[in-house]
Design a protein around this ligand. Sequence first.
Ligand code: ZN
Length: 183
Amino acid sequence: MASAADAAPALAPATRIEAAFEELRSKHRILVEESCACCCSCGHAHCRGELARHPEAVGYAFFHAQDLDFVADGELWLGHAARDDLLDRIVPLVMRSVLEDHGFEADWSGSPEVRLRVLVPEGPERAYFRRMLEEEWADYDDDEEEGCEEEDCEEGEGPDDQEAAGGESGSGSAAGAAAGTEG
Ligand SMILES: [Zn+2]
């Protein structure tokens, strides 16, 4: 995404939230994965994979499909993590700063495990997420959702070749992800 933006003059993003996400990606090298998984632990698993594929990235932010329900009430919760533990607190601070630059209210507790909350005003910003929610519902799969609630959530995310790799670090990351999951 960032390299494509370098190659061609980018169209101005249609919404402020898209502009903020794009700035995080291109300027601050923080991956932003939108509606990237079914739940928090699968979201972290997905993003760790993306981090491995993008050596230039310093960290990531994401929201998952269930988070879209909360945006209907005006709150977007962004999970986050850094490649380097030293940046665990920097990544969410940069996120908050960029989001505020684009006119959003955002707050974060200061704890790396806690997600960042963004207030999404009614209008085009919330409509952006509403469209995404409608797309999620369009290809909603009940079986997938049930499978996720069980323990194959962490290992079942990726293709087969990732399953072996997931086994090595699976127990540790699963515990961490479970601790960071709320609601
Ligand atoms: Zn899941």
